[in-house]
Design a binder for this molecule. Structure first.
Ligand SMILES: *Cc1c(COP(=O)(O)O)cnc(C)c1O
Length: 445
């Protein structure tokens, strides 16, 4: 971890006595995180006009500002208005625009919440928000409604309730700690939460979502690593959006995590004016895999209030994915997703590779535009699945087999379920079907 000239300059502007060891101390960074516009101007050596300053103040009433000096040091002060770090960290009057389709909780995280802090959306995993503060408040945050708000800080009792919920819900095999940033908690407190969750038999994996490796890499201390590595299998997902965020300090943080045996993933958000460019995204994913981070998701910017100025058309994400698949290592290609408004979960979006299909051939196109034919087998003996795994020739015996009820499209595809359609609630046509001359049984579908 080097202490660059620029960091030295900014460090001195924070306090004339600042030395390298202060700068690399995450608690020093937090203590000196910039929370107001004047200090921001001072540290970067820039000046907003009074009119702009007033507009910016207004945005801060809706969503707080906090930027560690480290993250500020990544901004190019000579072209800060176009700078990807500046745009993610610093408010813009665009945040005050609320469009007709914007929502405060577009992902319905609060509606799918059995106890405070837990969102139980998918059958086998939960999202557990154990902190609602961050070292840097991303201007594109999807949880703007909660994050940074003192009224939402999960106290020990709330966390205990969440742990109880996981304990009493045996289908939960994957717990995702999020926030806010979970790594804002002290090592000791995290140690307690992790040990409680790890002691639950049915929890197979624990995941932590944190932006610390990006915005405050000094948080990844040896003592934090000593805590984390006790709770394997533990995965960490972080949130790099632009190649400029990959610095010698963030590389060190990633190396420490990876060396502790923690598999690393990255979740980017597609942001207008920040990374909505195939070349930038390609450079980012290459740098990630070179640092042992697997690009996991690329999110379409969602419909939270105040994000309108960050949103791109879906076609931009499609173009980026098209520019990656086949053109570079499969390992470097994230899954592009839209987190469904209303709480439907993440929906993957992919360019179309199937051109056509007959009874025995699939016509495909590759990334170069070459059209090719895959000949399907003439004889395929399908295993009819009656869900009796004991009698099945495939070698999965029942005690290993996960007992599950298929739902959704998987249910329509299954052999042993007679359901032939998924019908929206209050379907009008079916509502008309209470005709007297029709037997009830026929009335169902
Ligand atoms: C994203 C998310 C998860 C985890 O989803 P994966 O696709 O398994 O990474 C779980 N719960 C909620 C509410 C989520 O938004």
């Amino acid at each position: 971890m080097i202490y660059t000239e620029k960091q030295k300059t900014i460090g001195k502007r924070v306090h004339p006595d600042t030395v390298s060891s202060n700068w690399k101390d995450w608690k020093w960074q937090l203590k000196h995180s910039v929370k107001d516009i004047e200090t921001f101007e001072k540290l970067l050596g820039i000046n907003f006009g009074s009119e702009e300053r007033m507009e910016l103040e207004e945005t801060l009433e809706k969503f707080p500002l906090s930027v560690p000096p480290y993250y500020i040091s990544l901004i190019d002060e000579n072209d800060y208005r176009n700078d990807p770090i500046y745009k993610q960290a610093f408010p813009s009057s665009g945040e005050l625009i609320i469009n007709e389709h914007d929502m405060s909780d577009p992902l319905a995280e609060d509606k799918d919440s059995p106890v405070p802090g837990i969102t139980h959306r998918y059958p086998d995993r939960v999202l557990f928000t154990i902190s609602n503060i961050c070292s840097m408040y991303c201007r594109h945050c999807t949880r703007k409604r909660k994050v940074g708000d003192q009224d939402f800080i999960p106290n020990k009792k709330v966390i205990q309730q969440g742990i109880e919920y996981i304990k009493s819900t045996p289908q939960v095999r994957d717990v995702l700690l999020s926030g806010g940033d979970p790594l804002m908690l002290s090592d000791q407190y995290l140690d307690w939460i992790l040990s409680e969750i790890r002691s639950i038999d049915h929890v197979e994996i624990i995941r932590i979502g944190s932006r610390m490796p990006v915005v405050l890499p000094y948080r990844i201390t040896d003592s934090l690593i000593d805590v984390l590595k006790k709770y394997h299998p533990l995965w960490v997902n972080t949130h790099f959006n632009h190649p400029h965020e990959i610095t010698s300090s963030s590389k060190t943080a990633l190396r420490k995590l990876a060396d502790a045996g923690i598999p690393l993933g990255n979740q980017s958000v597609l942001l207008a004016g920040v990374n909505d460019c195939p070349r930038i995204m390609k450079s980012l994913v290459h740098k990630l895999v070179a640092n042992r981070v697997r690009p996991y998701y690329l999110y379409q910017c969602d419909l939270s209030e105040g994000l309108a100025h960050f949103r791109t058309p879906v076609g931009k994400g499609m173009e980026i994915i098209e520019s990656l698949i086949g053109h570079t290592s499969g390992l470097a290609v994230p899954t592009y997703v839209i987190d469904a408004p209303g709480g439907g979960g993440k929906i993957p979006i992919m360019p179309n590779y199937i051109v056509s299909w007959s009874t025995n051939k699939v016509i495909l196109r590759n990334y170069e535009g070459v059209i090719t034919t895959y000949k399907e087998p003439d004889e395929y003996e399908p295993t009819f699945c009656d869900r009796n795994c004991e009698r099945c020739d495939l070698q999965l015996k029942l005690e290993e087999g996960d007992e599950y009820k298929s739902t959704g499209i998987a249910q329509l595809l299954s052999d042993n379920d007679n359901n032939i359609s998924l019908i929206p609630e209050n379907n009008e046509r079916l509502g008309r079907r209470n005709y007297e001359n029709v037997e009830d049984e026929d009335n169902k579908q």
